[in-house]
Design a protein around this ligand. Sequence first.
Ligand code: ASN
Length: 493
Amino acid sequence: MTELTSLTIAEAREKLKAKEFTSVELTKAYLDAIDAANGVLNAYIAVTPEKALEMAKASDARRAAGKIGALEGIPLGIKDLFATRDVHTQACSHILDGFQPKYESTVSQNLWDDGAVMLGKLNMDEFAMGSSNETSHYGAVINPWRAKGSNQQLVPGGSSGGSAAAVAAHLCAGATATDTGGSIRQPAAFTGTVGIKPTYGRCSRWGIVAFASSLDQAGPIARDVRDAAIMLKSMASVDLKDTTSVDLPVPDYEASLGQSLKGMKIGIPKEYRVDGMPEEIEALWSQGIDWLKDAGAEIVDITLPHTKYALPAYYIVAPAEASSNLARYDGVRYGLRVDGKDIIDMYEKTRAAGFGQEVKRRIMIGTYVLSAGYYDAYYLRAQKVRTLIKRDFEQVFEAGVDAILTPATPSSAFGVADENLASDPVKMYLNDIFTVTVNMAGLPGIAVPAGLDHKGLPLGLQLIGRPFEEETLFRTAHVIEQAAGKYTPAQWW
Ligand SMILES: NC(=O)C[C@H](N)C(=O)O
C-alpha cells in the first residue's frame, strides 16, 4: 500500500470508501508525519492530536453507520486566522496570547459538518500581513522545497505559508487559507501547490480574524486542482452571520474537471509583463498559453490599463481597514495585557508589546491615510482607483473573455531573512503585484503549478475569472495541471 500521507483527498476518499484503512489510521499517519517534520518546517503552531483522533473515531463510526460526508475522515490543517472552538487562535500574533474562542468559524464548521478531521493550527504571517511568513510571532516557516544542490532555507511565501508548506510536505491532506492581496496564491506558487481565492462573498468571513474586511476571502490550498475543487465546495456557503456572503448555489466544482475548453476565450493582459521579470517566468507564461490553445481555447490580447495603480492602492486600502479592525486589541477583551499606570497607559503598553513591526507599520499607514486632511488625498483616491481596476476587468469580461492568464508571482521562492527584502518593505510588497488586482476587484483567482525554474523551484500560473465562475478556473487550471504535471519536493527533513 502507498504511504497514507502521499494520497490526495480524492484518492484517500476512495480508499476510505473501499475500507482499505480507517480515518483513525490515516489521521495517525499524518500526526506521525507532523511529529517528524514540524521541528524543521515549523508549519504547525499548534497540533491537536487528541481532538484529531476523537474526530477521526467519530468519522469512522459515522461511516460504519452509512453517513458519509464529502470530506469524511479526511485530515486537514487550519490556518491560525480561523476561529476554532477551544483551540489556539491567535492569527500568529503575540497580542492574542492564550486566546481560545468559544465559537467556530463558519468555514471550518462547514468542513467538520462534511466529516473532515482537524490536525491543528497552521503558521502564518501575523494578522496575515506579509508575503514570506516571516512576520509570524512563532517564527518563519521553512519551504519544503530547496534549490538544486543548495541547503539554503527558503520561505514558503505568505501569509498562508504554514498552509502551503504543510500541504506540500504532506503534513495534511489539504488546508484552509485566506487571501487579502495574494496570501493563498503566492504561497501556493512558491510550494508547487494549488490555491484558489474564490470570489468575494463565496465563503463566509464569520469567525475569521479580520485584516481588511472588504478584501479578505477564505479558500483552500491543496495538492491538486481536484482536491481544491472538493475543498472549496465544502468551505463555501451563504451565512446570515456574514452579510457579504452571497446566496448563490455552490456548484459541484469537481464535475467541471475534464470538460473541454473549446469556445473559451482566454485573455492575456499586456500590463502583467513587468520590468525585471525573469525570462523563465515569461517563458512559462507562453507555455501556458500554448497548453490552453492546444486544449481548444482562443487566446486574445487584452488590456487592463489601471493595473499599475493596484499595488499602491491596495497598500492604502488594506492598511486603512486593518487600522480600524485591529483597534479592538486593547488588552481588555482578549489576549495579552501589559499593566500600566492607567487605562491609556495599559492600552499603549499592550499594543506596543503585542504587535510586531509589520503590523505596527500597517496600523500607522492606515491611521495616517484615514486621518483628517489626508483622507481625500489617499483613502478616497485609492477607492476610486479600485473602481477603475474593477471596471477594467468588467470591460474585458463584457467583451467575451472567460478567464485571464498571468504568472502567479514575479519570482520563485526566495531565501529566509533575505537582506534585500528585509531592509525595504516595498520590495516585499512587490510579491503581490500579480495578485492584488484580483482582491481589489473581488474576483476569483487560482494559482496552479506550471513548472520548475532553473533552480528546480516551483513556478505557478494564475487564472482570473468572472465573479462566481470558479468552475471555469478549475476547469482551465486542470488543463494546465494535466500538461505541466504535479510537483512534490524531495524529502530532506
Ligand atoms: N494578506 C495577504 O493577502 C498578503 C499580502 N502580501 C499582504 O501582506 O497584505
